[in-house]
Write a protein that binds this ligand. Structure first.
Ligand code: CU
Ligand code: ZN
Length: 201
């Protein structure tokens, strides 16, 4: 038994060293952006990946990163956020990819290509941009891991070039057309990964 334990301990040390080398050897992936835009049917798998960097609006401290990946069931959305008040915060795709206004108003209303009423993410009818609420913990942090069937990275429901907005308050899923979620506390534009101009990290 003592022999087994010491072997395991040694393996643990080797594992840590190996991990360090793996991180150091990481290189950025090569990208080859297609020269032409092709209209793919809605829901067709494209392998596209998009991202959004959430920056605080004036007077806010909320930040975050989002990744959108096409998979067989829809668009897999993952993200992490900091600087939130404890509790729920409305989370939407808005129709204009413009975060220039200090209060985020330049992003326009909820992305609604189907002219539907505002609603919860699992409602039969909703704006394409209605992605529910983020839930922040007592430390002001939130994580998101959902797969949505209405948003897309292609076609009429494509969110590429639109803005993601985090709100001050919870979306009530009732009030039209906003969910009464209050001020816009963070804004970020959805961009195809690797296609945008490299920015400082
Ligand atoms: Cu919103
Ligand atoms: Zn909405």
């Amino acid at each position: 038994m003592s022999m087994t334990r010491s072997t395991l301990a040694l393996a643990g040390i080797c594992g840590v060293v190996g991990l360090g080398i793996g991180v150091a050897a990481q290189t950025p992936p090569a990208t080859s952006a297609p020269a032409t835009k092709m209209a793919a049917p809605a829901g067709a798998p494209t392998g596209k990946v998009a991202s959004a960097k959430m920056m605080p609006t004036q007077g806010s401290n909320t930040r975050g990163e989002l990744t959108f990946t096409q998979d067989a069931k829809g668009i897999h959305v993952t993200g992490s956020f900091t600087g939130l008040a404890f509790g729920e915060h409305g989370f939407h795709i808005h129709e204009k990819g413009d975060c220039s206004a200090p209060d985020g108003a330049s992003a326009g209303g909820h992305f609604n290509p189907t002219s539907s009423p505002h609603g919860a993410r699992d409602a039969a009818e909703r704006h394409v941009g209605d992605l529910g609420n983020l839930k922040a913990d007592p430390y002001g942090m939130a994580r998101l891991d959902i797969t949505d069937e209405k948003i897309s990275l292609d076609g009429p429901n494509s969110i590429i070039g639109k803005a993601v907005i985090i709100h001050e308050k919870a979306d009530d899923f009732q009030t039209q057309p906003t969910g009464n979620a209050g001020a816009r506390i963070a804004c970020g534009v959805v961009e195809v990964k690797g296609a945008s101009t490299p920015s400082s990290k």
